[in-house]
Write a protein that binds this ligand. Structure first.
Ligand SMILES: [Zn+2]
Length: 160
C-alpha cells in the first residue's frame, strides 16, 4: 500500500467535501468514520497485504488417492461420492474403468478400489472359503487322502 490509511481517509473525505456532499463541520466525524472503515478493511486483508479473493491463487494440489481410501469407504475421485467399493459400473459413468481410473490418479495396479475394511473382509472370506480347494487338482489329492484314511480305518477295524 503506497498511501497510509490516514491519507486515504483524508482524500476520500476531501473528495466528498469537493462534491458538496459534506460540510466542513461534518468533516471531522467523516474522517473518523472513514479511517475506522479503512482500518477494518485493512484488518480483513491478509498478513502479506493482499486482499483475499474468492478464487484461490494457488492451484489445487494434485489429488492424493491415499486419502480417498479409508477404512470404511472409498471416495470416487471423479465425483467425490463415497462407497464401500468403486464398481466397474460406477467408473463407467465417468467414462473410466479400473485401469484408466488408476492411471489417471496414479494408483498402483494392485491397489483395490475398495474400503480397507471391505478389502480385509474379502481376504478373510477368501481364506475361510478356500476357493483353491475347489480346484480339480486339489480335490483329487484330497479324495485320495480321504480314501487312504478310510482304508486305514477299515484295516484298523479288521485288526480289532
Ligand atoms: Zn464417481
Amino acid at each position: 500500500m503506497s498511501q497510509s490509511l490516514l491519507e486515504m481517509a483524508k482524500d476520500l473525505v476531501l473528495a466528498q467535501i469537493e462534491a458538496h456532499r459534506l460540510s466542513p463541520e461534518e468533516m471531522h466525524q467523516a474522517l473518523q468514520q472513514t479511517y475506522t472503515t479503512l482500518m477494518t478493511l485493512q484488518a480483513q486483508e491478509g498478513a502479506d497485504g493482499s486482499v483475499p479473493v474468492a478464487t484461490p491463487q494457488i492451484p489445487p494440489k494434485p489429488v492424493d488417492w491415499r486419502k480417498s481410501l479409508t477404512k470404511y469407504q472409498v471416495t470416487c475421485l471423479e465425483c467425490e461420492q463415497s462407497y464401500k467399493q468403486l464398481s466397474v459400473r460406477h467408473l463407467k459413468e465417468h467414462g473410466l474403468d479400473g485401469r484408466s481410473y488408476r492411471i489417471k490418479y496414479g494408483i498402483p495396479r494392485a491397489q483395490p478400489l475398495a474400503a480397507k475394511a471391505t478389502t480385509v473382509k474379502r481376504k478373510e472370506i477368501v481364506q475361510r472359503s478356500r476357493p483353491w480347494e475347489k480346484a480339480p487338482t486339489f480335490l483329487k489329492a484330497h479324495e485320495k487322502a480321504q480314501q487312504s484314511g478310510v482304508q486305514r480305518k477299515s484295516t484298523a477295524r479288521k485288526r480289532a
